[in-house]
Design a protein around this ligand. Sequence first.
Ligand code: PHB
Length: 395
Amino acid sequence: MSVRTRVAIIGAGPAGLLLSHLLDRQGIESVVIDARGREEIETTIRAGILEQGTVEILTETGASDRVRTAGQRHEGIELRFEGEGHRVDFAGTVGRAVWLYPQHEVLKDLVAARLAAGQDLRFHVTAERVEDAGTDRPRIIAKDADGHRVEIEAEVVVGADGSRSVAREAVTGSYGGYFREYPFAWFGILCEAPPSAGELIYSNSPDGFALISQRSPEVQRMYFQCDPDADTGAYSEAQLWDILQSRVPGTTLKEGRIFQRDVLRFRSFVAHEMRRGRVVIVGDAAHTVPPTGAKGMNLAVADVVLLTDALRALLHDGDETLFDAFPDTARERIWKAQHFSWWMTNMLHLQPGAGDFDRLRQIGELRTVVESGAGRAYLAEAYTGWPLDGARLDG
Ligand code: PHB
C-alpha cells in the first residue's frame, strides 16, 4: 500500500500527535503511524509534570482542556536535605507554575482530538526505515499488523519515534550523539494512598535520592534511587516503604497498596544531527534527559512548536530559512535542559563511592541554592520552563 501526504510522522507520542495537531491548524495535512496500539499508548505510565508553556500550548490550541480541570497546578517544589524541607516558590520568584498531569492523560486528549478532526492516525504500523532523505520526496517504509508493506511518501518525514528511533539512522547516519550514562536509576512505584505532601519533594538523603510525587487524591507516584540492575520483584511492599521512608527523613509517608513497580534508567543523549535533507527527528528520538528535572515531554513539545513554524514557512511559502535553522535553534533549549537535568541529578543523588567530602559539598551546593534568591530563581525558571517564543525571562 502506498500513501502520499505532506508531512509523514513516525510516532504517536506527545511530539508526533501534537505536531499533527499544530500542523492541522495551519492547514497542513499529515499521516501519523505508531507501532503500538491505542490502548498501550494511552495507558503506559510516564512522566507527570508539564511546564507552564506546555500547558498554554495544549489549552490555547484546543488540544486539551482537561489539563486545567483534571491537572493540578503546582506553584513550587520542596528540596529536602539534612532532614529539613526548603520550598522553592515558583509563583513568588518567577510568576510561573507547572501542572501535574500524567503524560498518558495528555496522550488520551491528543488522540481523541486527532481522531475527532479526521486525522489519518494508524496504530500497529511499524516503521522499518526512512529512505530518500536527500530528496524532496522522502519516504517511510513500514509494515502493518498483517505484515503488509506500507509506504508513506511525503514532503517532509518527522521521526517522533522515541529513544529507539528508526528515523534517527536516516538523519545521523549511525546512532551518533553525545551520550552520558549515570551509575544509578530510579525505582518507581504507584500506590493507592492519599498524598503525603501538597507538592513534590526532591530529597537528598545519606542513603540516596527519593522523589515523592503524586497522581491523584487516591494514587501516588514515588521513586527512590537504586542500582540500574535492580530487580523490581526483589522487594516486599514493607521493604519498599522502609526504603522510601528512610529517604525522606522529617516526613511520614502515607502508605498504601503498591500496584506498579518499574526501574527507570538514567541517560543523557543529544543526537549529533536533528535534520538531514527533508527528514527531521524530534523529542526523545533526538535527545534524552534523566527524569530529575521533569524536562523530557516538555522538551519534545518545545521542539514541535519550533518545527511547526519552520514547516509552515517551508510548505506554505517555500521559505527554507526556519527549516534550515531548526536544529540550531532547537539545540539551544535542548542543551539548557540537558544542563538543568544533569545539575539536578548530580546535586540530589548519592554517587557510588562518594565520600564525606562529596556529600558535604552537595549539601553546600543545596544550601547555596535555597539560601539565595538568585539560586531559587534559577531553579524556578528552569523547572517551570523557558518561554517557548524565545523571549528572555529578564526581558
Ligand atoms: C512523576 O510524577 O512521574 C515525576 C515528577 C517529577 C519528576 C519526574 C517524574 O522530576
